[in-house]
Design a protein around this ligand. Structure first.
Ligand SMILES: *[C@@H]1O[C@H](CO)[C@@H](O)[C@H](O)[C@H]1NC(C)=O
Ligand SMILES: *[C@@H]1O[C@H](CO)[C@@H](O)[C@H](O)[C@H]1NC(C)=O
Ligand SMILES: *[C@@H]1O[C@H](CO)[C@@H](O)[C@H](O)[C@H]1NC(C)=O
Ligand SMILES: *[C@@H]1O[C@H](CO)[C@@H](O)[C@H](O)[C@H]1NC(C)=O
Ligand SMILES: *[C@@H]1O[C@H](CO)[C@@H](O)[C@H](O)[C@H]1NC(C)=O
Ligand SMILES: *[C@@H]1O[C@H](CO)[C@@H](O)[C@H](O)[C@H]1NC(C)=O
Length: 432
């Protein structure tokens, strides 16, 4: 990693956090622990230190940070949409992306994973899960301070003059297709089309300095990721006094996740497709991926629902099905939880994108499209999976299904009968 130690793109911040920076520079993997240790040595839990309350101002250990003034300028809300692949996170992310005061980033950790998996095999072997998670958290922390330049450590090919063509799913972020980042995006003519259809063509290369400025000017930041396994892996971020992190844990029926992965990643799921088509389970079918998805999902939900102090007021469990069946109300709940107004633009997006009359624009990559009948999409797995496969997932994931209120089916007829609901009413209380 080159220059992996910049914690802020503005000089001021680098001075304020000189000590932190020295520690941050130490090494990948342990750097986050270092920040955490520093925080522990500074003071106990200090929620709101971020806003430099008068209480912290009197505390000499915080005064220099507060006097520097940078804290007040950084984003107020730090939202993490925490999910797993094919759980409806693109759809849910749109609810945040549409908000004019939210700077939304779609899976920035993609670049970290790419950088690591493309390293030499020697490095890859020595890399354990802890180091990768450390790098993930490190990037998240830097993005939450609007330091988009920090991404340059991971983007390949390496950006020149802070400009890149390779930002993953850039057009999934409305802010990156709007002024000041993309002047074309200010044009009312394109506002009715999804950004994905025009942004890659019209906006050109991405200037990461402008992206950082856009982030600061929006005042709040939301990041979607499907790459962090468990909510416990985020603990150092929820405890970081500089952040006011809100985690939206999006879950989905694992049977639906599997069906969706089979459709989207058909090469990887060839054995499953053979099983689905022939009714015979190939011996080489890989059951481990869906099993660990279920394990991670329920481990996180259990942690969140036990309400440990480090997650207090910071965790909300959302079932994708509840959102798909009742998007307006659920979105309003999400907005109450994160503490932002649900702007008209968000409601409008929901009306436009959740009924069956809207069809996806043809240029849009179907794999990632979110524009469709949300209710039908949430249920379509019931017509797409053989009963045999469904029964296997029910066996592998029985605890997860029970915990999250997804009912198992006993027969093929029950599976295909869409009048028979498989969603048990659950209220996962959110403590704010
Ligand atoms: C991975 O590394 C190889 C060899 O260093 C390089 O040629 C290739 O472009 C890299 N791929 C990506 C996606 O960065
Ligand atoms: C990127 O934007 C910044 C801020 O406006 C500007 O100073 C810089 O010249 C831009 N970089 C390039 C390569 O255009
Ligand atoms: C779809 O469009 C038709 C006619 O354009 C309308 O009658 C119907 O209510 C619409 N359905 C939904 C779910 O909005
Ligand atoms: C499974 O097979 C059925 C037909 O038997 C087909 O309609 C469905 O699309 C298949 N599902 C997947 C995920 O390929
Ligand atoms: C799930 O299956 C395991 C093993 O068969 C069993 O011990 C456990 O009680 C089951 N859990 C539920 C919630 O049914
Ligand atoms: C489908 O499910 C509904 C609700 O459980 C039930 O009333 C109905 O009889 C079922 N239909 C068939 C054909 O089994």
């Amino acid at each position: 990693m080159r220059e992996g130690c910049r914690a802020g793109w503005r000089g001021r911040m680098e001075c304020s956090w000189k000590t932190v920076l020295l520690l941050v520079c130490a090494s990948l993997g342990v750097q986050y622990t270092a920040i955490r240790t520093l925080r522990d040595s500074l003071s106990g839990p200090c929620e709101g230190a971020y806003r430099c309350s008068s209480r912290h101002h009197r505390d000499s250990r915080w005064r220099s940070l507060c006097d520097d003034g940078w804290m007040q300028e950084l984003p107020r809300k730090h939202i993490l949409l925490f999910s797993t692949t094919r759980s409806g996170s693109s759809f849910t992310g749109q609810l945040l992306n549409q908000h004019p005061e939210v700077f939304y980033v779609f899976e920035p950790l993609f670049h970290v994973q790419q950088a690591f998996t493309n390293s030499s095999s020697r490095l890859r072997r020595s890399l354990d899960r802890r180091a990768l998670l450390g790098a993930y958290r490190d990037l998240l922390l830097n993005l939450y301070t609007c330091d988009l330049h920090f991404m340059e450590n991971y983007i390949r090919p390496e950006p020149q003059d802070h400009v890149t063509n390779s930002f993953f799913r850039r057009s999934s972020s409305h802010a990156l297709c709007s002024p000041p980042v993309c002047l074309e995006g200010g044009d009312g003519a394109v506002s009715d089309l999804p950004d994905e259809t025009w942004c890659p063509k019209k906006c050109g290369t991405l200037n990461l300095t402008l992206a950082s400025l856009s982030c600061l000017s929006r005042g709040n930041i939301a990041i979607k990721t499907v790459r962090v396994p468990e909510v416990g892996d985020l603990r150092t971020l929820t405890e970081d006094p500089r952040l006011d992190l809100k985690i939206i844990h999006l879950v989905r029926d694992p049977r639906a996740i599997l069906a969706s992965r089979m459709m989207a990643f058909s090469d990887q799921f060839r054995a499953w497709k053979i099983w689905n088509a022939t009714g015979r389970q190939p011996r080489y079918v890989d059951l481990s991926q869906i099993t660990s998805t279920c394990k991670d999902m329920s481990a996180s939900a259990e942690t969140g629902l036990q309400r440990p102090p480090w997650l207090h007021g910071r965790y909300m469990l959302v079932r994708y099905e509840d959102l798909a069946f009742n998007p307006k109300n659920k979105a309003a709940e999400i907005y109450r939880f994160v503490g932002l107004e649900m702007e008209d633009r968000v409601s409008l997006w929901i009306s436009k994108n959740t009924n069956s009359n809207v069809s996806a624009p043809s240029e849009w990559n179907y794999r990632y499209s979110t524009t469709r009948d949300s209710r039908a999409a949430a249920e379509s797995w019931r017509l797409r999976l053989s009963f045999d496969i469904v029964r296997t997932v029910q066996r592998l994931c029985n605890d997860t299904l029970a915990l999250l209120g997804y009912k198992p089916v006993q027969s093929s007829a029950q599976l295909r009968n869409l009048s028979h609901s498989l969603i048990q009413h659950m209220s996962f209380e959110t403590v704010t």
